[in-house]
Design a protein around this ligand. Structure first.
Ligand code: AMP
Length: 116
């Protein structure tokens, strides 16, 4: 599994930087966003270093991407999102992506939210 030693989310996945973990398995880690927009805001992150959705290959990453999306409602419910939630995958500069390691935001909880 490729990793980038200078990548902050690779460091979180490797346990080298602390995070408030929501979920972990062999392929994925989920942790609370450090600057939440809403009462519930966590990130679902593949442990493999993929810079963005642009760097995924359909045949290779289809199952991983499906797993990320399938996990979102389960973890959102566990975190208390009982009235819906938003999933966001920012991709590249025009997509507003700040951390160059693929991640899915899961955002929920009672409104108003700070953003979104
Ligand atoms: P994006 O704009 O989609 O790349 O969003 C990156 C997200 O990562 C932002 O919402 C940040 O608040 C969040 N973030 C950055 N560093 C950390 C960290 N060390 N732990 C948790 N979340 C982080």
């Amino acid at each position: 599994m490729s990793q980038d030693p200078s990548c902050i989310f690779c460091k979180i996945a490797a346990g080298q930087i602390p995070s408030r973990k929501v979920y972990e398995d062999d392929e994925l880690i989920a942790f609370h966003d450090i600057a939440p927009w809403a009462p519930i805001h966590f990130l679902i992150v593949p442990k493999e270093h993929l810079a963005s959705l642009y760097d995924t290959v359909p045949e290779k990453h289809q199952a991983l991407l499906g797993k990320m999306l399938a996990l979102a409602p389960e973890l959102a419910r566990e975190q208390g999102a009982s009235n819906g939630f938003r999933t966001v995958v920012n991709t590249g500069a025009d997509g507003g992506q700040e951390v160059p390691h693929l991640h899915m935001h899961v955002i929920g909880g009672p409104r108003p939210w700070a953003k979104g």
